[in-house]
Design a binder for this molecule. Structure first.
Ligand SMILES: [Zn+2]
Length: 253
């Protein structure tokens, strides 16, 4: 038997799915996933991964819980106000599933520490809202050959895709968004444009699905496909995205 009796009971409702099964669950248990950001997208992602039994989670966030976070960041409680988001997220996961090993990094993911922090993970999930951090995570994941699940959410709109460096059909972030010289302060963000909790739950839920599929090896990941979510119409649009052979990050692979 690959799993203990306790694991078979806890994960019964997903183990019964033939595409997962005990072998897939054992892969989830062995997986090491880095989640960048414990905010709007990080909340559903961390809850989903911990509930599903992903064995090792690393959380990077340098922020503290603010009252304005609580319309959408449901792993944090009113009693967590002013606590670090990593501590609050760790507390939530411990309550949900004490079998998960959580490593908290209360730091900003930057050019100095990014490579070291990302090393040793099977998958990275971008749950940030900062373009500089996104491009940095993309470059580091390409260097390490680590899959990266990209997600973004603002107002009632979102987008998601997966970048898998060893897949010839997979672009990287820089292939599909080549302009890194945007005025970051002018880009719409949750503070200046607004955000619904429903939007982050949809995109974070899809990021979780991508992670489970890529780790356990079932289904069809969003490789070469950018999925756009329109929450006002509740509709999805899929755009084909291809690798750019001239991409300065992933070109000539
Ligand atoms: Zn690229």
């Amino acid at each position: 038997m690959l799993l203990s009796d306790a694991e078979i009971e806890r994960y019964a409702r997903q183990l019964v799915m033939p595409e997962l099964g005990e072998a897939g669950q054992a892969k989830l248990r062995a997986a090491r996933i880095l989640v960048l950001g414990a905010g709007g997208l990080g909340a559903p992602v961390l809850a989903g991964l911990a509930g599903a039994g992903v064995g090792q989670l690393t959380i990077i966030d340098d922020d503290v819980v603010d009252i304005t976070n609580l319309n959408r960041q449901f792993i944090h409680q009113t009693s967590d106000l002013s606590a670090t988001k990593t501590k609050s997220a760790d507390d939530f996961i411990r309550q949900l599933n004490p079998n998960i090993s959580v490593t908290c990094q209360q730091v900003r993911f930057d050019a100095q520490n990014a490579h070291k922090l990302a090393t040793g993970h099977d998958l990275v999930i971008d749950c940030t809202d900062n373009p500089e951090t996104r491009y940095l995570a993309n470059a580091v994941c390409q260097q390490l050959g680590t899959p990266l699940i990209f997600g973004g959410a603002v107002r009632s709109d979102g987008q998601i895709t997966s970048f898998v460096p060893n897949d010839a059909n997979s672009p990287c972030l820089r292939c599909i968004f080549p302009h890194t010289d945007l005025d970051y302060d002018q880009a719409p963000n949750c503070a200046n444009a607004g955000i619904l909790g429903s939007t982050t739950m949809v995109i974070g839920g899809l990021q979780t699905a991508e992670a489970l599929k890529i780790i356990a090896g079932f289904g069809t990941p969003l490789i070469g496909r950018l999925l756009l979510y329109d929450g006002l119409a509740n509709s999805f649009t899929e755009i084909e995205v291809a690798p750019n052979p001239a991409c300065p990050v992933c070109g000539n692979k």
